[in-house]
Design a binder for this molecule. Structure first.
Ligand SMILES: Cc1cc2nc3c(=O)[nH]c(=O)nc-3n(C[C@H](O)[C@H](O)[C@H](O)COP(=O)(O)OP(=O)(O)OC[C@H]3O[C@@H](n4cnc5c(N)ncnc54)[C@H](O)[C@@H]3O)c2cc1C
Length: 236
């Protein structure tokens, strides 16, 4: 899939809380994107007569070719995220892509453990919404770390998928839970030993910020996972 430039219209913005938003970008009629779940696009942000590029993982499945969905966290002082926060539905800009090698192999003969925090959920949303409807029948775990239980991105979607697909296990874990939160508490790296004591037949995919990725990797290696069983995509 050779990267191409696409003109997009910002069709929808959904606020997900915790300074995080979901953006739907539609292509012009007749234009389609071909990508593999896990890849990203570069958004081209006009600034002072130049175009500034930033990578954003595609959060929608590859079967949906007339648009891409992104999930973006506002970064304090960040050039492109602040520009995103100034956009309105109907605004137009350009993206370039797809890019990236953080993808699943074509033949998957292992159970998959997805580990993410924050917007690191994006490539896994694309992969999960691709794999499960296609009849993937190995285990798929989503271990997702969020600061607040009332602002878990796509929480209802994960709950519905885990009801519809018995091989999909959703484990949200919250670092600053409310008094009502009945589930797991703490950082994702503290949950590896409890939920994945046996590395056999599993591969771990991690996405998000570097500190979390390093912490999860370290725990997985201590737990007996081999480096070949661990893949990651770093956002910073
Ligand atoms: C392959 C890839 C995929 C990515 N996918 C996503 C995605 O799906 N959603 C998403 O929100 N971001 C994603 N990112 C990060 C994104 O590309 C930008 O780096 C981020 O949005 C900040 O851009 P900015 O222009 O607003 O900040 P900048 O102006 O580039 O940075 C301002 C300051 O913030 C720091 N910073 C940069 N990024 C972050 C961050 N993510 N968190 C905290 N501090 C940061 C920088 O070190 C700098 O000091 C991805 C990055 C990569 C490499």
């Amino acid at each position: 899939m050779t990267p191409e430039y696409f003109d997009v219209t910002l069709r929808r913005i959904i606020d997900l809380g915790n300074e995080t938003r979901h953006f739907e970008l539609t292509f012009d009629p007749g234009t389609r994107i071909h990508f593999t779940a896990g890849q990203f696009v570069a958004v081209l942000c006009p600034k002072d007569g130049k175009l500034i590029r930033r990578a954003y993982s595609i959060a929608s499945p590859p079967e949906e070719k007339d648009h891409v969905e992104l999930i973006i966290k506002l970064v304090e002082g960040g050039v492109v995220t602040n520009w995103f926060w100034s956009l309105k539905e109907g605004d137009r800009f350009r993206v370039h892509g797809p890019f990236g090698k953080f993808v699943l192999p074509e033949q998957i003969d292992f159970d998959i453990v997805f580990v993410a925090t924050g917007t690191g959920i994006a490539p896994f949303r694309s992969m999960i919404r691709h794999l499960l409807p296609a009849g993937f029948n190995k285990w798929v775990w989503l271990l997702f770390g969020s600061r607040y239980d009332k602002m878990i991105p796509y929480h209802k979607e994960w709950v519905a998928l885990s009801r519809d697909y018995p091989n999909f296990i959703y484990i949200p874990t919250i670092s600053r839970p409310s008094a009502q939160w009945p589930g797991e508490v703490g950082y994702v790296q503290t949950k590896i030993e409890k939920f994945f004591p046996d590395p056999a037949g599993k591969r771990v995919y991690i996405c998000g910020l570097n500190d979390m990725i390093q912490a999860v990797q370290e725990v997985c290696l201590k737990q007996g996972f081999r480096t070949e069983q661990i893949s990651f995509e770093k956002y910073d």
